[in-house]
Design a protein around this ligand. Structure first.
Ligand code: ARG
Length: 275
């Protein structure tokens, strides 16, 4: 365990699943960030992704890999493949046909691994893109991708409380683009991405949350991954990095501008394997 000077923050080693962007491209548009007419470089994406991968390894985390498949250019966004809590896995069901086949690949990975109890989502469920575990509960997003009925399915499958939140701005179409879990009971989020009612729920549950400004949210600063101390986030999110430092966290800057052309960043690339 590492401790930041003058704070009680501590990193705990995590296990992550990632998918190299070997076949990354923007060939279709399923969110406002994706413009197939814009030039993308798979090579740049691979280099940027590798540095984030190596950052996690350097922080002492155990990073597993899933084999990227051709014709699935968004497969690099491993967070969407499943939700894993208490050694149980609910494999995703994607909203868009362009990503539908990723579910089978994740299902196979988990079955082959053999250490998890594996289920398959019946309703549209984009995994950790929309379901974030925090302090024993699951925050659940809907509005653009995951079906509201998937929230009930999650509650039943994991036997954990599920708190439904509604996303209202298409730029922040997955919960993990608008909210990041920092520690047990601690989050940061961009209020305007949520309905008024959901903003109320968040304010009540997390009165001390870091609230992001639009500029940081727009560079996907909330698509961040915390190990309790180190928070890896897009390096362009300088406002959030300063706020994190004030709270005793260590911001770790990442450059994933190539993947942002597909509407994803640090957290999207990482599925946490819990238990
Ligand atoms: N292009 C992908 C999509 O629209 C990006 C997914 C980002 N993943 C995430 N966890 N937010 O589905």
């Amino acid at each position: 365990m590492e401790r930041a000077e003058g704070s009680a923050r501590a990193a705990t080693p995590r296990r992550y699943l990632m998918c190299p962007p070997t076949h990354f491209d923007v060939t279709y548009s399923i969110n406002p960030w994706m413009d197939p007419g814009r030039l993308t470089s798979t090579q740049v994406a691979v280099g940027q992704w590798k540095r984030v991968h190596d950052t996690f390894v350097g922080l002492g985390h155990d990073v597993r890999l899933i084999e990227p498949l051709p014709d699935l250019p968004d497969m690099v966004f491993a967070a969407n493949g499943a939700t894993v809590v208490d050694g149980k896995v609910l494999v995703a069901r994607f909203r868009h046909p362009q990503r539908a086949d990723e579910a089978a690949a994740y299902l196979e990975w988990f079955r082959r691994d053999g250490r998890f109890e594996v289920g398959q989502a019946e309703y549209i469920n984009e995994g950790e893109g929309d379901f974030l575990y925090v302090g024993g509960e699951i925050l659940a997003g809907s509005g653009f991708r995951s079906d509201l009925r998937a929230h009930d399915e999650m509650r039943e499958f994991f036997g954990r409380p599920v708190v439904s939140l509604t996303l209202v701005d298409p730029r922040w179409y997955h919960l993990d683009t608008a909210l990041a879990v920092l520690d047990e009971g601690e989050v940061m989020y961009y209020p305007a991405a949520f309905s008024t009612e959901s903003q109320g729920i968040l304010a009540e549950r997390f009165p001390d949350a870091i609230l992001a400004e639009e500029a940081d949210a727009a560079v996907f600063g909330l698509n961040a991954l915390s190990d309790g101390l180190n928070v890896t986030l897009p390096e362009q999110a300088v406002g959030l990095a300063a706020r994190l430092r004030e709270r005793g966290y260590t911001p770790v800057g990442a450059d994933l501008t190539e993947l942002l052309k597909a509407g994803g960043s640090v957290k999207c690339c990482t599925l946490e394997l819990r238990g």
